[in-house]
Design a protein around this ligand. Structure first.
Ligand code: SF4
Length: 414
């Protein structure tokens, strides 16, 4: 978990290859979540960093995050208990911290660096205490893989992966910055790529002796280390992943088309190291937004969005129809073969809840909010189906619930 970027380190080529084409490996565009988010922040910033390979200044918050990740990696890197003591974990943090001077880490003063070092030790002690009772050796740590998808070579680096059996994975991403509301987009990237990655199946067979036909995300979570808060996300459905992937392909198309127009804004420019060479940031001032251009651009975007949405709705409708037909024609646990694909079918039930507010009211009234952990469908279903809840609470939750048959179809190409 030492390396938080999902990129290989780029050499400093200041001033060289200003108009070089995007990096391609074997004809594929090397891509990652970091690249997606940087391009969406500002395409020109992306170009300075990834095409021109102009090195950014070191950032102290990355150095801090890296050292915490290194200590957590050290803590979990055991095949079986006992785990390292908290003193050993703090020593791993100290070792990582000492590899660079405060300036190399991006601090302006030694004192600020020392303050953060102390903060890091306290954070690790609190983490250790909070998790002591449930420490278990994970399946994989800092798992890095490159997977080919739609002309892209996509890299993910997952901090921690736990195996839940039957091909299901729990992926954890550690966060050490501010406790802000996070979008699940980075987790969508993990899901999309992990489920396509053939190496994971091999690793499951090696480590657990289990041969699985496919790998599937069970759950994903952001773990905020400074507060020990967990933000759980259920596996995203095909519609969410489809929309996310259209977004990825749209950005990849723009990069391949060498579209690197700057998109200045207070937030992105404030932390940008390329201001001095950016035509949109002259004399420390941002130019007023180009209203007319933005309007025509948004018209194009609206049309494109509409077209994509129509296509996606159509595909979703077809998928739902075919899945319903398979469900009707198959048995629970059955394996079926076409000429190109095989499918395994599992049937079960799922709950849907009519009124979210009413469910929250019941959870609060019976002090079950904590038990649900998160207000995801699986969190609430877990409460509803657990044995230790008052019957009145179960009855009130059932009033909001609708039981439906679910079908899980796992398809693999032959
Ligand atoms: S200064 Fe602003 S507009 Fe210019 S590259 Fe940086 S983020 Fe983009």
């Amino acid at each position: 978990m030492t390396k938080k970027s999902d990129e290989k380190p780029a050499p400093c080529l200041f001033g060289e290859a200003v108009c070089a084409p995007p990096a391609k490996k074997g004809g594929l565009l090397a891509f990652s979540y970091s690249k997606l988010s940087l391009y969406e922040e500002c395409p020109l910033k992306y170009k300075f960093k990834y095409i021109d390979k102009i090195k950014e200044e070191p950032k102290f918050y990355f150095a801090f995050g890296s050292a915490i990740h290194a200590a957590l990696e050290f803590m979990y890197a055991v095949k079986a208990p006992p785990f390292p003591t908290i003193e050993e974990v703090c020593e791993a943090f100290r070792r990582e911290w000492g590899r660079k001077s405060y300036l190399e880490k991006g601090y302006r003063t030694q004192r600020k660096a020392d303050d953060d070092f102390e903060k890091g030790l306290l954070m690790l002690k609190a983490y250790y205490e909070h998790n002591r009772a449930r420490l278990a050796p994970p399946f994989l740590l800092e798992y890095s893989t490159d997977v080919e998808a739609d002309g892209l070579l996509v890299r993910i680096i997952a901090d921690k992966i736990e195996y839940q059996g039957e091909g299901r994975l729990l992926i954890t991403d550690y966060k050490t910055g501010k406790d802000v509301k996070r979008e699940p987009a980075q987790l969508y990237m993990y899901q999309k790529i992990a489920e396509m990655d053939p190496r994971l199946k091999e690793k499951i067979a090696e480590q657990y002796g289990e041969r699985v036909s496919s790998v599937r995300i069970g759950q994903m979570l952001y773990y905020h280390v400074p507060t020990n808060k967990e933000y759980h996300f259920d596996r995203a459905d095909d519609r969410e992943i489809g929309a996310f992937w259209e977004r990825v392909l749209g950005v990849a198309d723009s990069i391949k088309g060498l579209k690197f127009e700057p998109t200045p804004g207070e937030r992105q420019c404030a932390w940008c190291d390329y201001k001095s060479m950016c035509p949109a940031f002259i004399g420390g001032q941002l130019p007023p937004p180009p209203a007319a251009a933005a309007t025509s651009n948004i018209e194009e975007l609206v049309d494109r969005y509409g077209r994509l949405k129509e296509r996606m709705d159509e595909i979703q409708a077809q998928l739902a129809e075919v899945a319903a037909s398979i469900a009707g024609a198959s048995k629970d646990g059955g394996e079926y073969s076409g000429s190109s694909y095989t499918a395994s079918v599992k049937k079960g039930h799922k709950w849907e809840f009519r009124d979210r507010e009413a469910v929250i009211k019941v959870l609060n009234q019976f002090d079950l909010y904590q038990k649900a952990m998160t207000l995801t469908l699986s969190g609430i279903t877990g409460v509803l189906e657990s044995e230790g809840i008052p019957e009145e609470a179960r009855k009130r939750l059932l009033e909001q619930a609708v039981k439906k048959t679910s079908v899980d179809i796992r398809v693999t190409r032959k």
